[in-house]
Write a protein that binds this ligand. Structure first.
Ligand code: ZN
Length: 114
């Protein structure tokens, strides 16, 4: 069986990259190290300070307050939703719990992550 000759005007179909085509994590870390070094060299040579601001911390889930039935109810709903891998429902429970804590337990509110 011979392979069919492609005509020149036929567009070449791109195969999706296979796992073997992707760089390894070690390669990526090495590239990141080289990039970091290049940025430092550039900063030293030009005198332009390069600052890195880490991204803001991901907000943590609200903690149910002890001895509160509404908190426990929402916490149980959230646990059930997570068990069913229904992350939209988990998010809904977090929103409701956060709102409830803000309204009904204003003193216990945890400081916001900055
Ligand atoms: Zn509560």
């Amino acid at each position: 069986m011979s392979t069919p000759q492609k005509s020149p005007e036929e567009p070449e179909l791109k195969k999706p990259p296979s796992r073997d085509d992707l760089p390894t994590l070690e390669d990526l870390f090495e590239q990141a190290d080289k990039l970091r070094e290049a940025i430092q060299n550039h900063a030293q040579a030009t005198g332009i300070a390069v600052t890195y601001t880490p991204p803001p911390a991901w907000p943590t889930e609200p903690e149910p307050q002890p001895h509160c039935t509404r908190c426990r109810e929402l916490d149980e709903q959230r646990t059930t939703a997570r068990r069913h891998r229904d992350m939209a429902a988990v998010t809904d429970c977090n929103v409701l719990l956060r709102r409830h804590i803000k309204l009904d337990h204003p003193a216990e509110r945890a400081p916001r992550a900055t």
